[in-house]
Write a protein that binds this ligand. Structure first.
Ligand SMILES: *[C@@H]1O[C@H](CO)[C@@H](O)[C@H](O)[C@H]1NC(C)=O
Ligand SMILES: *[C@@H]1O[C@H](CO)[C@@H](O)[C@H](O)[C@H]1NC(C)=O
Ligand SMILES: *[C@@H]1O[C@H](CO)[C@@H](O)[C@H](O)[C@H]1NC(C)=O
Ligand SMILES: *[C@@H]1O[C@H](CO)[C@@H](O)[C@H](O)[C@H]1NC(C)=O
Ligand SMILES: *[C@@H]1O[C@H](CO)[C@@H](O)[C@H](O)[C@H]1NC(C)=O
Ligand SMILES: *[C@@H]1O[C@H](CO)[C@@H](O)[C@H](O)[C@H]1NC(C)=O
Ligand SMILES: *[C@@H]1O[C@H](CO)[C@@H](O)[C@H](O)[C@H]1NC(C)=O
Length: 296
């Protein structure tokens, strides 16, 4: 991590003069004007990624009008039609339903689960996996195992509708019944019966709070999966520190991002407009959440 010191305002003027001179005398190699560049990074990264009503986030997220140096690899968001946020995790597309920067939790669901086309509903459900370097399951989530292409097993409490009469499927059975088992009830005789009778199984996650609805109304399963599950986006101590660094940075009026160096280091960019150094000099006792300036 590094803290950028901005020279006083005249140096921006200096850069402008050099730039104009360069244009006039056609120098091919322009001098690098760091303050100007850093100021751009401040302006670029100052904007949140805003999409729909429930996604309005800064670091570690980037995408849309936030260039990649405003966030960390793997936290790219896309905003579809201005109101649906999406993210790729291990090549699977997830819909991002909401992000809470306070708790650092995102509620996500597989994009395919949102599809209402029921022609072959079994094929839209896949094992859901996370990149555990970036995300971890939030407390309170419950895993479900879904079974497809099952014969009629007379287990209405675990059955949901999946696929129409034309559903064929790739399993051993052409039957279209589907069942689910809540993973914390495994050991249940249903699990072995379903896994031996059905053609396809996948594991997905849901919020623990949805279990009641599923128990009362098993056919609500597709709807429950659309409502998603929570993941923490500070999966490591290092990412927690980075996010905290950026919160401190924005509390001090700056905005964080990566500086454009070979070694990508997280930096607190300040607005040179304000003309303030966003760090506490070493010889002063830190009085606020301002980071201590590094040695020059
Ligand atoms: C997004 O969050 C920022 C502060 O983090 C706030 O200033 C802004 O008004 C929010 N935008 C919307 C559309 O809620
Ligand atoms: C759900 O499954 C995932 C992946 O297998 C596992 O890491 C996680 O601990 C499970 N969560 C619960 C609550 O069982
Ligand atoms: C289905 O199960 C119920 C009780 O769970 C039982 O009364 C009924 O006879 C069963 N039907 C068949 C066809 O096995
Ligand atoms: C099943 O397939 C037939 C022939 O392809 C089609 O006419 C019919 O509409 C399909 N039914 C459903 C429920 O998709
Ligand atoms: C999902 O994962 C389980 C356990 O790893 C595996 O047995 C199953 O075949 C997988 N399902 C699919 C459709 O890949
Ligand atoms: C499974 O998890 C749900 C939700 O957390 C809970 O209500 C239920 O009692 C658990 N069942 C068992 C058998 O542990
Ligand atoms: C953020 O500020 C708090 C309060 O001043 C401080 O204790 C903490 O070390 C700072 N964290 C980082 C990563 O700079």
């Amino acid at each position: 991590m590094a803290f950028i010191h901005f020279p006083p305002a005249p140096s921006s003027g200096f850069c402008t003069i050099i730039f104009v001179l360069a244009l006039l005398i056609r120098i091919n190699h322009l001098p690098v004007c760091m303050p100007q560049q850093q100021n751009n990074r401040y302006n670029d990264c100052y904007r949140n990624f805003q999409c729909g009503t429930d996604v309005n986030v800064s670091f570690p997220f980037w995408g849309g009008s936030r260039p990649n140096y405003c966030g960390s690899l793997g936290y790219q968001l896309n905003c579809i039609d201005g109101d649906v946020a999406e993210m790729e995790i291990l090549s699977q597309t997830f819909r991002v339903l909401a992000i809470d920067p306070e708790t650092k939790v995102a509620r996500i669901t597989r994009k395919k689960f949102m599809d209402d086309d029921d022609a072959d509903c079994a094929s839209k459900y896949h094992n859901t996996t996370l990149d555990f370097a970036l995300f971890s399951y939030a407390p309170g989530i419950v895993n479900l195992t879904l079974y497809f292409h099952c014969p009629n097993l007379n287990k209405s409490s675990l059955k949901f509708k999946c696929g129409g009469i034309n559903s064929t499927g790739s399993g051993t059975s052409s039957a279209s019944d589907a069942y689910f088992v809540i993973s914390n009830t495994s050991g249940d005789s249903s699990t072995s019966m379903l896994s031996s009778s059905c053609g396809r199984s996948v594991q997905v996650s849901t919020m623990g709070s949805a279990i009641r609805e599923l128990t009362d109304n098993p056919s609500s399963l597709p709807k429950v999966l659309k409502e998603g599950f929570d993941v923490s986006y500070v999966a490591s101590a290092a990412s927690r520190t980075d996010v905290e660094f950026c919160l401190n940075c924005s509390a001090s009026g700056g905005t964080c991002g990566y500086s454009d160096t070979a070694v990508k280091s997280l930096t607190c960019f300040s607005s040179s407009v304000k003309g303030t150094y966003l760090c506490t000099p070493k010889n002063k006792v830190p009085s606020s959440s301002l980071p201590v300036c590094p040695t020059q």
